[in-house]
Design a binder for this molecule. Structure first.
Ligand code: FES
Length: 208
């Protein structure tokens, strides 16, 4: 994985959108990740499954299991990987396993979002459905998720539906439940992660 320099990212985001930078250090942009040929599945690359916990993917708490109390109410999101609690393996070998955990007021969630949430917390894939960049920015005044590549905007309160920019579909949700104060995976992603063949724009690509 390579990091996207801040300067490059800011140049892409431009000056017109004010964002909170809480989850920026893993703004890794790997276009068309979902179009790669199938790779061998290992414990580190298998997709999240029921019973998995979550660990921080970056920052001071990187690798630490996430509790609901770790998540600030109202955002910003935490960028995370699933972790198999039986083996202790963190599933960071597959970029498509990157997810965003966002704790919101339960009453603010749409019925669709609420059915996959626990303790007001929703979990979505962090891989943009437009061209596969990491959805790494947070718009604090609107409580929205922003993909810096082409300003795709998703509403976490409403099933991560697209409310701005070019993404063709919502971010997939990952259903969770609460166990011992921690969010735990309760099922698989609600739709394919990342770019879906046939929905990506012709001739497009991430800028970096
Ligand atoms: S890759 Fe996210 S908006 Fe284009």
């Amino acid at each position: 994985m390579s990091k996207q320099p801040d300067t490059t990212r800011r140049a892409i985001v431009g000056a017109t959108v004010g964002v909170g930078l809480g989850i920026g250090t893993l703004s890794i942009l790997v276009p068309f990740a979902s179009l790669n040929p199938k790779k061998e599945v290992t414990p580190e690359t298998e997709p999240p499954k029921e019973g998995d916990l979550f660990v921080f993917a970056e920052g001071d708490k990187k690798g630490q299991e996430i509790t609901f109390d770790d998540l600030p109410l109202g955002g910003p999101p935490a960028l995370a990987y699933p972790k198999d609690p039986k083996t202790g393996v963190v599933k960071s070998g597959e970029r498509n396993n990157l997810v965003l955990l966002i704790r919101l007021n339960s009453g603010d969630l749409s019925p669709e979002a609420a059915q996959y949430a626990a303790d007001g917390t929703v979990v979505y894939s962090a891989i943009c459905t437009h061209l596969g960049c990491t959805v790494s920015e947070w718009v604090p005044d609107k409580g929205e998720l922003l993909c810096p590549c082409h300003k795709g905007i998703y509403d976490p309160r409403d099933g991560a539906k697209v409310v701005g920019g070019p993404p063709p579909r919502p971010l997939p949700a990952l259903p969770i439940r609460a166990e011992a104060g921690k969010p735990v995976v309760a099922g698989g992603f609600t739709s394919p992660v990342g770019v879906v063949a046939g929905l990506e724009p012709q001739g497009g690509s991430c800028a970096v």
